[in-house]
Unconditional design. Structure first.
Length: 66
């Protein structure tokens, strides 16, 4: 068994990870950046869950107070 650490921020690193994932004998283990609760909140924000859309600041304050 060999462990390789790759900083996946670069375009080349992402391509390498994609290539390695095509091999049946390679297992890729990704670490979460944050704890599970924070990761879930990030995914919900990306999906638009819990987002309040308003036309003005006054409208936002009205929605928040009700």
């Amino acid at each position: 068994m060999v462990t390789v650490t790759i900083n996946e921020k670069g375009k080349g690193a992402k391509a390498l990870i994609e290539l390695l994932s095509t091999f049946s004998y390679v297992k890729i283990h990704k670490k979460n950046r944050y704890n599970a609760e924070t990761e879930k909140a990030i995914e919900e924000a990306r999906a638009g869950i819990g987002i309040i859309k308003t036309k003005s600041h006054a409208d936002l304050m009205k929605k928040l107070r009700s």
